[in-house]
Design a protein around this ligand. Structure first.
Ligand SMILES: [Zn+2]
Ligand SMILES: [Zn+2]
Length: 415
């Protein structure tokens, strides 16, 4: 029986308002205390303490990752992943629980930190899910492995957990689920079969030349001219080498060279970020980048430039049958009108590694947590990574927990 003070998480499950309020407080605490990628030490301790308070076993994995294991008799084993890191952003939401935290980047620079991608909503929803399932054992059967994954923003965490023996230490799941808050109305869900996020690669390129006086270009090999030619020609990959229907991005985000206007420097450096929709396009674009960099260096009589990989995000691929199963649960729990469609965005995710590492399907969906009024007349609220990104706390908890519960019960539900 539910009462008027209960909140409905899914069609079949309601919780007392006090439960929602408790996890809104958890969310606000997490929001006010973000940590940078791979530095989520306090966040990990908070998660461990919360799970311990619920009587749930957990272990540390990948330094700042936490794995909680809920067992409830015979049944399937599935994984559910929540990422935990914040971003180097100065929060400007004006919320009374806004972050004033700072952190240190790998180069030592002190920066403001914000949960600007909403990973705090993922943690809060996963903890609420754990609390609910540890109490409501009549709803489900099997084993749920909840993966609190650090370092998503730097494509570090999923790989770090796998390298630290995640799937040797936790029961192997038949599917790994994951979710992300997006600028969608509360109650809305986005899921589809196939690619849910783009593959991404970041490289640093160092172009060497020969240093000379600015008045004697004949004695130089000018790395600025060579690198500038590379940057311009890289723009032809998407426009001239890919079909117009294939979405891809090649962005050069940094370019540094020289110290003085009358010195042709020895080297120039730039970094680039590539987004591609699938492995085939990725291979084609990365090959084209290497070819252009190499050929432009040769055109300038420069030696072969040095390319370093900074990071890469794998595919985030929804197995069609598994995605259909979760989508069906969503329709049953929230109504067909809750599901929205959207084309492939060029964001990236490392959740796919968790399932691809053991050759099982992954399912990734997005949930909304914003007041519908914010979308009127074609408007939309500030998106992920904006200093103004501000999901509604209550909608995040109810929507995030409800979607997680629905997805998990699609595999572990007792009916
Ligand atoms: Zn992000
Ligand atoms: Zn994110």
């Amino acid at each position: 029986m539910t009462t008027t003070t209960d909140s409905r998480l899914t069609a079949g499950v309601a919780v007392p308002e006090s439960f929602v309020e408790r996890y809104v407080e958890v969310y606000k605490h997490l929001h006010a205390n973000p940590e940078l990628s791979a530095q989520e030490f306090q966040t990990a301790e908070y998660i461990e303490a919360h799970l311990a308070g619920l009587g749930i076993d957990s272990f540390r994995c990948g330094r700042t990752g936490v794995v909680g294991i809920l067992r409830n008799g015979e049944g399937p084993v599935i994984g559910f992943r929540a990422d935990t890191d914040g971003l180097p952003i100065a929060e400007q939401t004006g919320l009374d629980y806004a972050s004033a935290a700072t952190g240190a980047l790998p180069d030592g620079a002190t920066v403001p930190v914000m949960h600007g991608c909403g990973h705090d909503t993922h943690i809060a929803a996963a903890l609420a899910l754990a609390a609910l399932l540890s109490e409501r054992v009549e709803l489900w059967a099997g084993t749920l492995v909840i993966i609190f994954q650090p370092g998503e923003e730097t494509a570090y965490g999923a790989r770090a957990m796998i390298d630290d023996g995640l799937w040797d230490r936790a029961p192997k799941p038949e599917v790994v689920l994951a979710q992300h808050v997006m600028p969608l109305s509360e109650g809305k869900l986005l899921i589809r079969g196939g690619h849910m996020a783009s593959l991404a690669d970041s490289w640093k390129v160092t172009v060497h030349g020969r240093q000379a006086h600015g008045s004697q270009p004949e004695k130089s090999i000018d790395p600025i001219v060579a690198a500038a030619a590379m940057v311009m020609r890289l723009q032809t990959i998407v426009s001239r080498e890919l079909p117009p229907t294939t979405p891809a991005v090649v962005t050069v985000g940094t370019f540094h060279a020289g110290l003085k206007e009358n010195i042709i420097p020895e080297s120039a450096e730039f970094s680039l970020n590539v987004r591609t929709p699938d492995e085939e396009t990725r291979a084609a674009v990365l090959e084209a980048i290497r070819r252009i960099i190499s050929a432009e260096a040769a055109a300038s009589r420069a030696p072969e430039p040095v390319i370093e990989e900074l990071n890469n995000f794998p595919r985030c691929f929804n197995d069609p049958a598994s995605a259909a199963r979760v989508a069906q649960a969503f329709r049953a729990d929230f109504g067909a009108e809750a599901l929205v469609e959207a084309p492939l965005g060029m964001g990236s995710e490392d959740a796919g590694w968790l399932s691809d590492a053991i050759g099982v399907p992954g399912v990734f969906w997005a949930f909304g947590a914003f007041e519908p009024g914010l979308f009127e007349d074609g408007a939309s609220p500030a998106g992920n990574h904006s200093p103004f990104f501000a999901p509604d706390a209550r909608a995040a908890v109810v929507g995030g927990t409800g979607a997680a519960l629905s997805g998990v019960l699609a595999y572990l539900g007792r009916n």
